[in-house]
Design a protein around this ligand. Structure first.
Ligand SMILES: Nc1ncnc2c1ncn2[C@@H]1O[C@H](COP(=O)(O)OP(=O)(O)OP(=O)(O)O)[C@@H](O)[C@H]1O
Length: 223
């Protein structure tokens, strides 16, 4: 599903100064895997997630997604591939401010031209799945707790039935009970066939996955 071949990522700070955030990374992720990416702060986890989800480009090396060499794709092709296959949950700012919850869940697909009446029933059912009560659906994001917002973000990422779900610290800043609920939800999704790739600081949570990618100073320790 996703394969990295000798991937490097360099951030250029000034013309002379740069940081090599990922060094010669090789690994592959198969359909149905549940991968946890762990490592110290600044080790390159978010960078790896950004490259694997096609949000950012590698400086050198090849990233294969579903049999496609991504280095040769145009920006519009990368965006389409990302939209077709991937759902994303970020640590912050996953919801659009000022937009009621139900619309928020549907927004990415509405913006792609899909009809509201085709989306609404599934959006409501996903909100229920993630534990958001029906009378909350017209609330605005700021009226929810951080944990509730995260759950709505999960529903939003799932609406298009992504083959791969990327999550950056999905349980950070959540209480233990909510964190466990999110973890259980991920496990259910994975059992139903969704590939999950998750960055986490939480070693306990990382053990829930089927495999571990450990990064230190931009290098992969084991796969
Ligand atoms: N846009 C950027 N421009 C310049 N340097 C960056 C950029 N993004 C990340 N870096 C640098 O690349 C390295 C890896 O950062 P990254 O965010 O991938 O680490 P991380 O493991 O996700 O850290 P954390 O756990 O603290 O979120 C760090 O040294 C960071 O300062």
């Amino acid at each position: 599903m996703i394969m990295f071949e000798d991937v490097n990522k360099e951030y250029f700070l000034t013309r002379r100064k740069s940081i090599l955030a990922l060094k010669n990374i090789n690994f592959s992720i198969n359909k149905g895997d549940f991968v946890s990416i762990v490592g110290p702060s600044g080790s390159g986890k978010s960078t790896l997630l950004a490259l694997a989800s096609l949000l950012d480009k590698q400086t050198s090396g090849e990233i294969w997604i579903d049999g496609t060499k991504t280095s040769q794709l145009k920006d519009s092709e990368r965006t389409n591939l990302r939209f077709k296959l991937f759902g994303m949950i970020f640590q912050f700012a996953s919801l659009t401010p000022g937009v009621p919850l139900l619309e928020n869940v549907m927004l990415p697909l509405l913006l792609r031209g899909e009809k509201r009446q085709h989306l609404e029933a599934r959006a409501l059912s996903l909100l229920q799945t993630v534990g958001i009560k029906e009378d909350y659906t017209s609330h605005l994001p700021y009226q929810l707790s951080g944990g509730e917002q995260r759950r709505v973000a999960v529903a939003r990422a799932l609406l298009k039935r992504p083959e791969v779900l990327f999550a950056d610290e999905p349980t950070s800043a959540l209480d233990a009970v909510t964190a466990k609920e999110i973890t259980n939800l991920f496990q259910r999704l994975n059992q139903q066939g969704t590939t999950i790739i998750m960055v986490t600081h939480d070693r306990q949570l990382a053990k829930e996955g089927t495999s571990l990618l450990e990064i230190k100073d931009g290098e992969l320790l084991k796969t």
